[in-house]
Design a protein around this ligand. Structure first.
Ligand code: SF4
Ligand code: SF4
Length: 395
């Protein structure tokens, strides 16, 4: 195997449910198989970085199941960790009031009661410099900066913009609150947004001891990362590399299609930079090497792999023209304004239908960059997407 700088074996084990003891034993087995032990954890501060995209019950499969946090914290403490803190910056403001609701709804407050980990209460952040191709400086949350070891507790999900949310995309949550929307504005096309994600994952893995643990017991298909459909896949994945883990995650999502059409742009970019192999066949798998693969329903933003395969120099413009646009479902919309607050281009207004009509969101199409933050963060799933008619014909 070539000497890639950000590649690692991926441990896969079948797991049918969220039994805490079983999760703990599988994580322990995976750490042994990957050579992760006391030297990684002894006396170290550990950060659990779950995917808490928004305030949702764990059964919705949008957020990492809290049983993973407990199992990972228990193991880290047994291996000598001096402290274990759980932190995420969800899609919304990074402050105590908002994050506390997210922790609570996602089941993390209850899980923390056993005393295995504490919930982050530091809502500060600081600027760091990176040697990324696109990303030179960024703000990251203090909880990340203070940690020695990062456990990236992601969930396997489809994603309207990036195709897949797994180990790499989950790291976007080390950027504080609404600054994430600014990143969408700075990197408006899927190509340069994915370049930024690769830079960010490289920065994280170069500055911290890193382990990715993927909750693929129940995954998400369709309109991920927030409003898709839970899909039972019955697996746990563990790797030292977020890229290797995503390669196998993509294979699990897309089965035979993985061989003919690349779906996840950030993996194409990482492999183009020579830091990891693109093909799942070149990624070493430990544990259940005969793992099951599926054919996930893609997000409605759909053209997906077709658009993402356009060359970069054309991709920006063509993706913009042909990709699905967000549309407000006026029957569902309650005019709460969350989409307007989360829109990086400030292109959503809350108005009334008629003089005394109900409040609804209105998207001013010209400035929309099709980042789908509004769809991701609408609490009731009132943002649909509408395909370009040409792409519909191709499908
Ligand atoms: S689309 Fe969703 S987030 Fe936006 S105002 Fe309507 S209900 Fe709120
Ligand atoms: S309207 Fe929605 S998709 Fe368009 S820029 Fe705003 S948040 Fe992004």
């Amino acid at each position: 195997m070539a000497d890639y700088s950000n590649s690692s074996p991926v441990f896969v084990r079948r797991c049918e449910d969220y039994n805490e003891e079983r999760l703990y034993l599988i994580l322990k087995e995976s750490f042994d198989a990957l050579g992760i032990g006391r030297t990684t954890f002894d006396g170290k501060k550990v950060l659990l970085k779950p995917n808490l995209v928004m305030a949702k019950n764990p059964d919705a499969a949008a957020t990492t199941h809290p049983a993973f946090a407990k199992a990972a914290a228990r193991l880290a403490l047994e291996l000598g960790a001096s402290s274990v803190t759980l932190a995420d910056s969800p899609g919304g403001p990074f402050n105590e009031k908002y994050v506390s609701v997210v922790y609570s709804t996602c089941g993390m407050k209850t899980a923390a009661k056993d005393g295995l980990f504490s919930l982050n209460e530091d809502f500060g952040f600081a600027e760091v410099h990176t040697s990324g191709v696109k990303l030179k400086t960024l703000n990251v949350i203090n909880a990340f900066l203070q940690a020695d070891v990062v456990l990236d507790l992601c969930r396997l999900k489809t994603h309207s913009l990036t195709g897949m949310s797994c180990a790499v995309k989950n790291l976007f949550g080390v950027i504080p609150g609404v600054e994430k929307f600014q990143m969408h504005s700075n990197f408006p096309e899927v190509g340069n947004f994915s370049e930024m994600l690769v830079d960010l994952a490289e920065y994280v893995t170069q500055t911290k001891d890193f382990i990715a643990v993927c909750d693929a017991v129940i995954s998400m298909e369709g309109n991920g990362p927030s409003h898709g459909i839970p899909k039972k896949t019955g697996m746990i994945l563990v790797s030292r590399s977020p890229f290797s883990l995503d390669v196998i995650g993509e294979r699990i999502m897309r089965g035979a299609k993985t061989d003919s059409t690349a779906f996840v742009r950030h993996l194409d970019i990482a492999s183009g930079r020579g830091i990891m192999p693109r093909n799942w066949q070149e990624t070493e798998v430990l544990g259940d090497t005969d793992y099951e693969v599926f054919d996930f329903t893609p997000p409605d933003t759909g053209a997906g792999y077709l658009l993402k395969n356009l060359p970069n120099f054309l991709g920006g413009k063509l993706v913009d023209v042909f990709s699905a646009r967000p549309v407000i479902n006026e029957k569902k919309c309650v005019g709460c304004g969350r989409c307007a607050d989360s829109c990086p281009k400030k292109t959503i207004r809350i108005g009334r239908r008629g003089e005394k009509g109900k409040k609804i969101a209105v998207i001013l199409r010209e400035d929309c960059i099709k980042c789908y933050c509004c769809q991701e963060l609408c609490p009731i799933g009132a943002v649909d997407t509408k395909q370009n008619f040409l792409i519909k014909l191709i499908h």
